[in-house]
Design a protein around this ligand. Structure first.
Ligand code: XIL
Length: 300
């Protein structure tokens, strides 16, 4: 096929998605590429806690609904991002601790997942809960300080609210199979599967930079998690300088793992990227296809 989404669909029904910002849906260069190339979308910021619950128990879905409706009207999937996260919390939650925060988190997950019930393919239920470095522990945060079980509580709450959605754990710096953080997430997923905590998928953000070589064990990481009985998805892909060989490496590694069912890039044009100065995406600022685009399409 001649587009990313159609080519991915021909590869065992996979998807190829992008992060979308609601305020850009009026930009026709942007939406032309979006509608042509991508059969899945992830709201870049619009479903985060600060956006959806700006004051406690008062919910605003205007921009998130806009993205969901645009996607669904053209048959694209939606990844929900993210129900529980230490970052981009509204001020009222960021200042909370203990039982009050735990209850606020549970209410948030329930309300947001219920609002979108039936419309989301996969939810990032919990985002970035593990620490960087070699310790292999949880990240310190107000949510973590409510008790180590906050992650499984978030998953059980999301399952109850939206039983048809796939529920994912999502993190970054988890590409390298030898990395302590990767192993720590793996042990959590293994434990959840053993104890029946509802988890269906693991998202690998894969914000890659080239201080280090391409992670040659990336495929091992994806297949090891898949062997636990979860789908794996590449959820926020961007690569410093958009080196074509790295992009094709990611696609090839995903295709080699049967349960790697989708890839999402974190924006459309370089100018849309949160790391724009590194020109890490598939389209240039004018919306032209870059060499990285061709390498992805060829690998698909
Ligand atoms: C980023 C967005 O791209 C920016 O617009 C925003 O200012 C900060 O968040 N990990 C995630 C994403 O899970 O939600 C982040 O998105 C990038 C890192």
């Amino acid at each position: 096929a001649t587009t990313l989404g159609a080519s991915a669909a021909e590869r065992g029904g996979r998807y190829f998605g992008t992060a979308v910002a609601a305020y850009k849906l009026s930009d026709s260069v942007y939406t032309t590429i979006l509608n042509r190339e991508f059969n899945s979308v992830t709201p870049e910021n619009e479903m985060k806690w600060d956006a959806t619950e700006p004051s406690q128990n008062s919910f605003n879905y205007s921009s998130s609904d806009q993205i969901v409706n645009q996607a669904r009207s053209r048959g694209a999937k939606v990844r929900g991002h993210a129900l529980a996260w230490h970052s981009q919390q509204p001020g009222w939650a960021a200042g909370m601790e203990g039982t009050a925060l735990r209850n606020a988190m549970i209410n948030h997950v329930t309300q947001v997942a219920t609002h979108f019930r039936g419309q989301i393919d996969s939810w990032d239920v919990v985002n970035e809960a593990f620490a960087d470095g070699s310790g292999g522990g949880r990240r310190d945060s107000n949510l973590q300080r409510t008790g180590n079980d906050w992650i499984e509580v978030a998953f059980r709450t999301a399952r109850a609210a939206d039983p048809g959605a796939k529920l994912c754990y999502n993190d970054y710096n988890t590409d390298d199979w030898t990395h302590a953080k990767t192993k720590a997430v793996y042990r959590m997923v293994q434990d959840f599967k053993q104890r029946g905590v509802p988890i269906d998928c693991v998202g690998f953000q894969s914000h890659m930079n080239q201080q280090s070589p391409y992670p040659s064990n990336y495929r091992t990481t994806l297949s090891s998690f898949a062997a636990l009985g979860v789908d794996v998805q590449i959820t926020e892909l961007d690569i410093q300088n958009a080196t074509p060989a790295w992009y094709s490496g990611v696609v090839t590694d995903c295709l080699a793992v049967a349960r790697c069912n989708g890839i999402t890039v974190w924006g459309i044009r370089d100018s849309d990227s949160w790391r724009a100065s590194q020109t890490p995406l598939l389209f240039d600022g004018s919306g032209n296809k870059k060499a990285a685009y061709n390498s992805v399409l060829t690998a698909l």
